[in-house]
Design a protein. Sequence first.
Lengths: 101, 503
Amino acid sequence: MDVTVAWYLTLGAVLFTLGAVGLLVRRNPLVMFMCVELMLNAVNLTFVSLGDALGDLGGQVSVFFVLVVAAAEVVVGLGIIVAIMRRRSGATVDDLSVLRG
Amino acid sequence: MFAQAETVATPEVLWWALVPLLVLAGAAVLLLTVASLVRRLPEWLPAAWTIVAGLAVLVSVVPLWNEVQDDGARSFLAGAVGIDGSTLFVTALLAVAVVATALLSRAYLTREDLPGVELYVLLLLSAAGGVVMASANDLIVLFLGLELLSIAVYVMAALHLRRIQSQEAALKYFVLGAFASAFLLYGIALVYGATGATGLARIAGYLSTTILLEDGMLMAGFGLLLVGLGFKVAAVPFHAWAPDVYQGAPTPVVAWMAAGVKAAGFAALLRVFVLTFGSWSGEWQPAVWGLAILTVLGGSVVAVVQTDVKRMLAYSSIAHAGFLLVGVQAASDRGTAAVLTYLGVYTLLACGSFAVVTVVGGAGDDRHGIDAYRGLGARRPWLAGAFAVLLLGQAGVPFTAGFVAKFGVIAAATEGHSYALAGIAMVSAAVAAFVYLRILVALYMEDRHLEDDDEAGAVEVDPAPWGPRIVITVSVALVLVLGVVPGPLVDLAKDAVPVLVGG
């Protein structure tokens, strides 16, 4: 059985969907971050497999940019979480409901 | 081996075209370095530094603009970055927003007794991200600019250390912003897969010369890109974060979100959809059409039932995004020019309005209910008068700049035969006018019953410091002047229609 590029793309789509659904249904901020990472890495997989299929280096180079951005994003996100946890330990996103209209 | 290394061709860099970006990023890094080396920085220095950087960018845009108008748009860095009229137009708007935000922040940080340097550093970095977005000639560069812009704003939203609302706003903004970025990135990956390129010029060339038999991947890419950018500009149904974040974040930061982030987001929408995917406009126009209708109607209608003025302005900024989408949907030069005009006007309106909210919010930044505005006309006639002008401008009343802006996008929609869209936009403009009238009524026709108030002593709004005063005065003056003499701004926007140059 040949593993074609379509397999990788499908895997990427499945991982992306898992991440997106996880982000929407999970309430723990840390797990939500992991879901964001899952989405970004699904995109990375898509980039790499498309770049390979096209015979183009651009797709693989893009992954480096995404990795750097993802790292920066997580640092900021963790900083925000720590700032919140210092005020309310054990908070889930449901506890954050001061803002409503 | 070394001989080989010497012959590696490095991409050409037009350093002169990068001056605005270098000024913003350099000012940010320098300010951060100085602030961490010097024990006690004079309190006024970071704000002054930021304002000088913003003004320097404004000044540097003028010769660049002349150069681009004379010699045409360019692209450099191996075609990854471009410079054209729209780049410079949006850069100038971002610089104006930076100066305004810095003026507001100085007063705000002093009043709230918050440490100050970080806000300015992040503001400058965020503006640098916006400039990258406006000059992106490659989807990956666009993504990098968007993230630089957004990540800085996430932190800015969390900067009020003693308000849990501020941190809640930051977390909400962060989670949904990261979600949107992932969608945008997936869209980039799929467009790359369908066209074999991430460079805008190569994608545009491919799309205009190739007939795709199976365009599913490309369509999915269009859709995901639209979702990602729709989140950033707060288009319905991707707007859920906006009211919460606007309400919770420090008010000067909200001014930047409304003015700067929106301008950069629409610069990206114009570059990607109107310019790059222009030859496929039949495919994405219906989606933007639906998004525009939902956004103008949703923003206007939900704004009516709000009781918090910051939330009200958040929904009205969503409605403004809808009007901007009406111009994007036209997918024509006229529509693009109208969007840029609208962005120029909205930058002024947003900075001015949130300057008033900053002042009225008072110490603690929590007097944002419509009650705080009752009878303001009697107590603070100048402040109330300025707010009235800005609200009328947002409503699009003739003889204010808001009218020129709304007229432009609706005229572009009718020219593109989108009559239904133009009609709905006008109806929701009327609905939105009710929101602004509600605040106006509170300002002038209702008295505040002092004895009912727990904090009767604190009812008087603190005198406005000079920073917000300058922002309010300048924005009101420009809104009125541009309402009567819109020619200069409209002509600039016409010359600023983006051009794609291959690398």
